[in-house]
Ligand binder design. Sequence first.
Ligand SMILES: Cc1cc2nc3c(=O)[nH]c(=O)nc-3n(C[C@H](O)[C@H](O)[C@H](O)COP(=O)(O)OP(=O)(O)OC[C@H]3O[C@@H](n4cnc5c(N)ncnc54)[C@H](O)[C@@H]3O)c2cc1C
Length: 382
Amino acid sequence: MDDVWDLVVVGGGPAGAAAALRARQLRPEARVLLLDRADFPRDKACGDGIAAHGRDELALLGVPDLIADYRPTRRLAVVSPGGARVSATSARSNHVVPRKVFDARLVDAARARGVEVRRHQVRALADLGDHVVLDGTVTARAVVAADGANSAVRRLIGVPPSPEKHTAIAVRGYADVPADDDVQSIFMQQDGWPAYAWSFPIGDGTANVGYGMLLPRLHATGLPGKEVLHGRLAELLPHVNARDLRAHHLPLSPGRPGPGSGRVLLAGDAAGLINPLTGEGIFYALLSGRLAGEAAVQAADDPLPAYRRGLRKALGRHLRTTDVLALASQSPGFIDAAIDTAARRKEVFDLLVDVGLGAGTVPLPLALAVIRRWLLNAARRR
Ligand SMILES: Cc1cc2nc3c(=O)[nH]c(=O)nc-3n(C[C@H](O)[C@H](O)[C@H](O)COP(=O)(O)OP(=O)(O)OC[C@H]3O[C@@H](n4cnc5c(N)ncnc54)[C@H](O)[C@@H]3O)c2cc1C
């Protein structure tokens, strides 16, 4: 049997790496073990889009230059389900970094900070009050479960998975594009709404391309998932020839469970923290992982209440905002109005970026501007 670890992190994606990095940053003598069932570098189905908000988290974790060698871009273009268009420059730059690279760099950074990294798939957990035992051999004062959308640890502590109505599924691939293409494009689709395709150029003559939709909408087609996802990607991006297609679930934040149980803290996708409007999850994974790592070493006697407080302070208002917007955006007309308004008013565009990719909230006057446009559009159609 191992000695007792101060923190064992399950999963070496952005949430897990952030938890491990933060724990050692705050308490350099803390014994931190990071377990992942895969060896790094490993691929992960993702759009690879890392917003400026995610880079802020990297800076807080002490790795500000982790992706500095990738091309920054501020150009964004969105076509709404009804055909409204906005093409603008965002206030801060975003990056596209293949997860195979990004996650391996984060794990390397954690290793360099003194975190022990082991290949190990967690299958069993016993919470014994003042410590937790994983697979009968690894003993921890606290566990951060950062093992992704289908978290085994979440299941082992009795927390239910995300309800299907709040779960999306998306496929991503890579395609050749002109090397100077630096526009991150999103093409929304009325059929099966909410659903959209994206093209996120990396800067090396390739782009991450993909298509995502809500799981119940996919099931409603009655067709095999692969046929629907691959078919709609080809339909919305007819000019690209995508290779290396790979799909995965996205647990959206309106279906988020509680943040854990006992000495086990859920972070990232395991905590259901994906933005329901955009499918962005890397920022939330880094943020929640950082807060979980903080709670594990700074409130070691009882980390869960500290973690819950940290999450509420950082994301409480934002999550309530996106819960409401996710409901409103069930109507494609609402999104048409939002994009239409963003095309006319730069501050609305910037706000949508903050709400969709960061921890932004919507001030009442701007919400009213979108609702006014929604009603005007509806009246015009009648
Ligand atoms: C197609 C698609 C496109 C997306 N596009 C974007 C995007 O462009 N931008 C964005 O911000 N977000 C995007 N997301 C969401 C984003 O991928 C996730 O939110 C993010 O990966 C969450 O990070 P995580 O660390 O919580 O989990 P993951 O990145 O899933 O990492 C979980 C880790 O846990 C390990 N693991 C799993 N089970 C066990 C176990 N039992 N024992 C040990 N280890 C285990 C896995 O090997 C993995 O390394 C997209 C998602 C999908 C599916």
